[in-house]
Design a protein around this ligand. Structure first.
Ligand code: SAH
Length: 382
């Protein structure tokens, strides 16, 4: 027997979310809903504005839509966000959310404020398949890809949290997006692309592609499409200059070798001195941090408009590495700098709440017990 609460939840679950649909899908949805093609086009535009420019979470406040229609929409559709399971604030202002989706799976999203701007670090998968040895997420199995709705929602939750609606036309706290959370975005390209097209749309969230950076461990065959179809900035998690070492610490290298990866970077559409490719390089004590490594690095990337982000290794419980000493990092940075590349040492942010690079992990498992045991219907992933 269903209790009242479970039937309320079931009614809620039966409503479809309008978040994460492309404009064309939104129009098609409204035609299914009973609108004429012409009306659907106008309605989709109105909804888009309320959902992504104003960030409304219910249909009530949509003043350009007549009340009976708002009520009708609310019977069939929802704009709710994923549940926030936990929100943590770091001493340095970094914020981290653990978000739970309809099927009980969870990911982490991080906001990293800077002086006059800030980046939201977004996850693309629950878990990750790549098993990079220094990465906490890498110890978690891949559970599934996130849908476009789940990717866009992460940014919307961050905006809700700061009340940064409607989309400001001037300065913004949440000004940038980095696809650097849990998962490998180029192994979930379709959903990531769809989500990024939504956030880039100038009548909604309106984040320019120049303020979006996608980080990949080196899924070479997808890099060209990332540049030509999305035009976002590219970051590449290099971390080693020989195939021997990279095979070990970034195992996708066994499939796509350093030479192929570098070639794909050379050919990345839109890369120029004004839009350089970022090479990320995690500093691991005694593993990849020698002056010889630094020299090999600058040789490897010669001719590519690039900057190098040196990331001090962020430890996590049970990690098999240590962070390089400050001197080793400085020496490394010096060599790279002298070769003409900018090599900022990335200041670790949010370490106290395990929100720094490579520290994200959720407890999600392939079949979480609480979902398997739950009496309420479990929705299929978007
Ligand atoms: N899968 C993508 C994006 C996620 S990781 C990628 O590999 O690029 C974001 C960045 O954090 C990557 O450069 C990753 O290599 C780095 N990283 C992972 N674990 C880290 C750790 N423990 N300390 C510092 N950086 C780490």
């Amino acid at each position: 027997m269903l209790t009242d609460t479970t039937s309320a939840t079931a009614a809620e679950a039966a409503r479809k979310s309008l978040i994460g649909l492309s404009r064309a899908e939104l129009e098609a949805e409204l035609i299914d809903f009973g609108e004429s093609a012409k009306a659907a086009r106008m309605r989709a535009r109105q909804l888009w504005h309320w959902i992504y420019h104003h960030g409304l979470r219910s249909f009530d406040g949509m003043s350009s839509i007549a009340r009976p229609m708002r009520e009708k929409l609310a019977e069939s559709y929802t704009l709710t966000r994923p549940a926030i399971t936990r929100e943590q604030h770091s001493n340095d202002g970094t914020r981290k959310w653990l978000l739970r989706f309809d099927d009980g799976q969870e990911v982490e999203t991080v906001y990293i404020p800077e002086e006059d701007r800030g980046a939201v670090c977004i996850s693309s998968q629950v878990g990750c398949s790549l098993t990079c040895k220094f990465c906490h997420t890498g110890t978690q199995r891949l559970v599934r890809n996130l849908g476009a709705r789940e990717i866009v929602s992460q940014f919307m939750v961050a905006r809700d949290s700061y009340g940064e609606w409607p989309s400001p036309s001037g300065e913004r706290m949440l000004s940038n997006i980095v696809m650097m959370g849990m998962g490998e975005p180029l192994l979930n390209f379709e959903n990531v692309a769809k989500a990024l097209r939504i956030v880039m749309d100038s009548e909604g969230i309106s984040i320019s592609r120049r303020r979006i950076t996608l980080s990949t461990a080196g899924v070479v065959p997808m890099m060209e499409r990332c540049g030509s179809e999305l035009g976002v900035n590219l970051a590449v998690s290099l971390h080693a200059v020989t195939d021997e070492l990279r095979d070990e610490i970034v195992p996708i290298n066994r499939k796509y070798k350093i030479a192929e990866l570098i070639e794909a970077c050379r050919n990345y559409p839109g890369a120029s001195n004004a839009r350089r490719i970022t090479f990320e390089y995690v500093m691991l004590k005694g593993v990849n941090d020698s002056p010889a490594d630094a020299k090999a690095l600058v040789k490897l990337i010669a001719g590519i408009p690039a900057k190098i982000n040196l990331i001090p290794f962020n430890a996590w419980p049970g990690a098999p590495f240590e962070c390089s000493s400050d001197e080793a990092i400085e020496r490394f940075a010096d060599i790279v700098n002298r070769a003409g590349y900018s090599a900022p040492v990335r200041q670790p942010r949010g370490r106290d709440i395990l929100a720094a690079c490579g520290q994200l992990k959720s407890a999600s498992q392939r079949t979480p017990k609480r979902v398997a045991d739950s009496p309420t219907p479990v929705l299929s992933p978007v």
